[in-house]
Design a protein around this ligand. Structure first.
Ligand code: PMT
Length: 406
C-alpha cells in the first residue's frame, strides 16, 4: 500500500485506561509511517502512561491542560481541531465516550473533539460489562450517528482477568483502519451504490417464517466501505441486528423478498452500481395464514411454496450500459460452475463466490474467503480475511469498472 499516512496530521487522544500503554506503540507506528502526531491526554490518561514517553515518541509536547503555563498563554482546541486530518481516541474509556456523546467539554480532549472537522476514529477499551452496558452502547450508537468510526474492541483476557469483549484493538489494526480510510476515500466519490444485505423472512403465519442464517455482516461491511470511499449508499437490509455507522448510508429496512425487490427496483435507476449481497429466499409460502397455525387442528402439514422473484435477474434485465451489477454466489458444491452460470443468467458484471466448504467463510463469520469472477471469465482468488477487508477488495474491483464511465 502506498504510504497514505505520510504528512498526515493525527490528533491522538489518550484516556485513562490500562490500554494506554498501547498508545506508545500507536504513536511509534504512526510516526514511522510519516504522520505528524499531536498527543492530547486526559488527566486520568496521565496516570497510566507518562507524557514524557509520548512526547519523546511524537517529538511534540503532549497537551493536556487548557492553560499550560501560568503566563496567560493557553492551548487552542480550535486550532488543533482544524490542524487535524484525523482525530483518533485510543484508548477511549466509557467516561470519555459518554462525554463525547453528550458534549461535556470539561477537558482539552473533548473540546478538541467538538472543534474537530476531520474524521474521528474511536478505539474503546474497558471491562466487558462496561462495554456491554446499554449506556455505553447507546453512547457509541450516538457517536456513530455523528459519523464517527468505532474501531471495535477485541475479545480476550481483560485487565480484570475476566474474558470478554473490551480489549482495545491492536495498534497495527488501528493504523490499518486509518490507512484504509485515507487510501480508499476517493475511489467512489459522487457515485450512488445500492447494496442488499442480510436474509429475507417469508411469513408462514404471524409467528413463523422461512429464513436463513445471513447476519448481514458482509453486506454492511460493503456499505461502510463504499461510504468511506465517498459513495452515497442505499442499503436495503433484511431483518438483521446490525447498526450502520457512516452518515452517507441511507438504510431501507425490509423483511420479505417482495419488499426487497420493490426497494431494489425503485432505487436502481438512480444508481451507478448495485451489489447484491443479500441471501434472498428463493421460495415463499403460497399463502400466509392470518392466524397462528395450531398443531392440534392441523396434525401433519404440507407447506406449498412458490418461487420468489429473482431481484438480481430483474436488475440485470433493466441494467443500462453505464451501470455495474455485482452479485454473490453462496455455494456448497461445484462452486465455480454454479457461480459462472448465475453470472450469465442474471446478466451480472461480476460475481463474488463464497463457499460453505471453506472454514471461516459465508454466513455469520467475521471473515470471508472469496473469488471474484468477471463477465469475461477471469478469476481473482483471495485468502481468508476479515469481512471489512474483503469489502475493500470487492470495492477496488467495482471502482475500476464504475470509473470506466467517467
Ligand atoms: O450476511 P452474512 O452472515 O455476512 O453472510 C454473507 C453471505 C454468505 C450471505 C454473502 O456473502 C452471500 O454469499 N450472499 C448471497 C447469498 C445467496 O443467496 O446466494 P445465491 O447464490 O442464492 O444468490 C445469487 C445472487 O442472486 C445473490 O447476489 C443474491 O443476492 C441474488 N438473488 C438470489 C435470489 C433472489 N430471489 N434474488 C436475488 O437477488
Amino acid at each position: 500500500m502506498e504510504n497514505v499516512l505520510k504528512n498526515k496530521h493525527i490528533v491522538l487522544g489518550i484516556t485513562g485506561s490500562i490500554a494506554a500503554y498501547k498508545a506508545a506503540y500507536l504513536v511509534r507506528a504512526l510516526v514511522k509511517k510519516g504522520a505528524e502526531v499531536q498527543v492530547i491526554m486526559t488527566p486520568a490518561g496521565k496516570e497510566f502512561i507518562a507524557p514524557l514517553t509520548l512526547s519523546t515518541l511524537s517529538s511534540k509536547p503532549v497537551i493536556s491542560e487548557f492553560f499550560s503555563n501560568r503566563d496567560g498563554s493557553w492551548n487552542s482546541h480550535v486550532d488543533l481541531g482544524l490542524w487535524a486530518d484525523a482525530m483518533l481516541i485510543a484508548p477511549a474509556t466509557a467516561a470519555t465516550i459518554g462525554k463525547m456523546a453528550q458534549g461535556i467539554a470539561d477537558n482539552m480532549l473533548i473540546t478538541t473533539y467538538l472543534s474537530c472537522k476531520a474524521p474521528v476514529f474511536i478505539a474503546p477499551a474497558m471491562d466487558l460489562d462496561m462495554f456491554a452496558h446499554p449506556s455505553t452502547q447507546q453512547n457509541l450508537d450516538r457517536l456513530r450517528s455523528f459519523g464517527n468510526q468505532i474501531i471495535e474492541p477485541g475479545e480476550g483476557e481483560l485487565a480484570s482477568h475476566l474474558i470478554g469483549k473490551g480489549r482495545m484493538e491492536e495498534p497495527e489494526i488501528i493504523v490499518a483502519a486509518l490507512e484504509a480510510f485515507f487510501s480508499q476515500k476517493q475511489q467512489l466519490e459522487k457515485k450512488k451504490i445500492v447494496i442488499t444485505a442480510g436474509p429475507t423472512y417469508e411469513k408462514i403465519d404471524p409467528v413463523r417464517f422461512i429464513g436463513n442464517y445471513s447476519s448481514g455482516k458482509m453486506g454492511f461491511a460493503l456499505a461502510e466501505a463504499c461510504a468511506a470511499q465517498g459513495a452515497a449508499v442505499t442499503l436495503i437490509a433484511g431483518p438483521v441486528a446490525l447498526q450502520t455507522q457512516h452518515p452517507a448510508i441511507h438504510r431501507i429496512d425490509v423483511e420479505s423478498a417482495d419488499e426487497m425487490y420493490a426497494a431494489a427496483m425503485s432505487s436502481f435507476p438512480e444508481a451507478d452500481a448495485a451489489i447484491l449481497c443479500a441471501a434472498v429466499a428463493d421460495y415463499k409460502p403460497e399463502t400466509e395464514a392470518t392466524e397462528k397455525i395450531k398443531r392440534e387442528t392441523k396434525g401433519e402439514m404440507t407447506l406449498n411454496l412458490v418461487p420468489n422473484r429473482d431481484i438480481a435477474a430483474a436488475l440485470g434485465a433493466v441494467k443500462r450500459p453505464d451501470q455495474i451489477l455485482a452479485g454473490f454466489a453462496l455455494e456448497t458444491n461445484n462452486e465455480q460452475s454454479h457461480a459462472e452460470s448465475k453470472l450469465k443468467r442474471k446478466n451480472l458484471d461480476f460475481i463474488v463466490l463464497n463457499s460453505m466448504r471453506d472454514a471461516g467463510a459465508g454466513f455469520q463469520h467475521d471473515t470471508n474467503k472469496i473469488d471474484i469472477i468477471d463477465a469475461d471469465g477471469s478469476i481473482i482468488r483471495y485468502p481468508l480475511k476479515p469481512k471489512s477487508e474483503v469489502a475493500f477488495d470487492i470495492i477496488d474491483h467495482l471502482a475500476m469498472l464504475v470509473n470506466k464511465y467517467d
